[in-house]
Design a protein around this ligand. Structure first.
Ligand SMILES: [Zn+2]
Length: 288
């Protein structure tokens, strides 16, 4: 199903107390810094244990700040520089400029509502948050530009992936034929049972049958959001060896990942980070 030509997905890495993931495809992009956090190595407790990075989860504020610091400083970013939007499961795309540095470092500074961020500014850390939803990491080395999108079922159905590719092209002049993309860990189709009505909505949008959706022996409908996003990116011009699929299920790995579905909403969020390497961050970024 993954396709022989598709690039290898995110891989586990360790650095001190931190455990995170990186995609070899993006590591191969000179000038791009990226990572996806796990729940390991933080200071939150209980259902939030331990590296919860999102403020809106009911976790203690100081813990979230500390967790974000631990993760971002690994790549020599100050947590005060983080850029984030309020994710609303739509297709809103925000272009972040130098003036937006730090818009998202605190709950009251978020960069408005939107589910994708893009930038051409070096050293500006774009962040996204997820626990089952996919984060789409996209780099356009020819500009250079980077983007990070949040895709749950709503964003997937509305086509946030092709929308981001188009914006990178229209706003930044990026050529889709030069772009690379990697899908973060997200919920697998086996873990992701949905109602028949939603399955029919996806079928009506052209996502019928395997690998996009299937029905189990008990009549439960299963959606494969990663398969749909992969195909959307492929049709938008990012395919084959320039696309890395989702190799990790957040629901299947409770030790590593938060899962909104598995934990019935009482859970933390992993952070996705992508940035263009800044002058000052260049040396530190390669260290472990
Ligand atoms: Zn699973």
């Amino acid at each position: 199903m993954a396709g022989a030509a598709m690039a290898k997905g995110f891989q586990l890495r360790r650095s001190g107390e931190l455990t995170y993931l990186q995609a070899p495809l993006l590591e191969g992009c000179r000038g791009v810094v990226h990572a996806f956090s796990t729940r390991l190595g933080g200071c939150s407790t209980g259902a939030m244990a331990s590296l919860n990075t999102a403020f809106h989860t009911g976790d203690r504020y100081r813990c979230v700040l500390e967790n974000r610091r631990r993760f971002l400083e690994r790549w020599a970013f100050s947590p005060d520089d983080a850029v984030a939007a309020i994710q609303v499961h739509g297709t809103g795309i925000i272009r972040a400029g130098a003036v937006h540095r730090g818009r998202g470092a605190r709950p009251d500074t978020f960069l408005g509502e939107g589910d994708a961020l893009l930038t051409t500014v070096p050293g500006l850390p774009l962040t996204g948050y997820a626990a089952d939803c996919l984060l789409l990491f996209i780099a356009a080395p020819d500009v250079p530009a980077v983007a990070l999108a949040h895709a749950g079922w709503r964003g997937t159905l509305q086509g946030i992936a092709p929308a981001v590719v188009q914006e990178l092209h229209l706003l930044c002049g990026a050529d889709p034929a030069a772009m690379v993309a990697a899908l973060s860990p997200g919920i697998c189709a086996r873990c992701y049972t949905v109602g028949g009505e939603l399955a029919r909505e996806f079928a009506a949008a052209g996502w019928r049958g395997e690998p996009y959706q299937w029905t189990d022996g008990g009549g439960g409908c299963h959606l494969d959001l990663a398969a749909i996003n992969r195909e959307q990116l492929r049709r938008a011009g990012i395919g084959g060896g320039r696309l890395a699929g989702c190799d990790w299920c957040t629901g299947c790995h409770p030790r590593l990942f938060y899962s909104h579905r598995r934990d019935k909403g009482q859970t933390g969020r992993m952070m996705g980070l992508i940035a263009l390497r800044g002058q000052s961050a260049a040396e530190e970024a390669g260290e472990s």
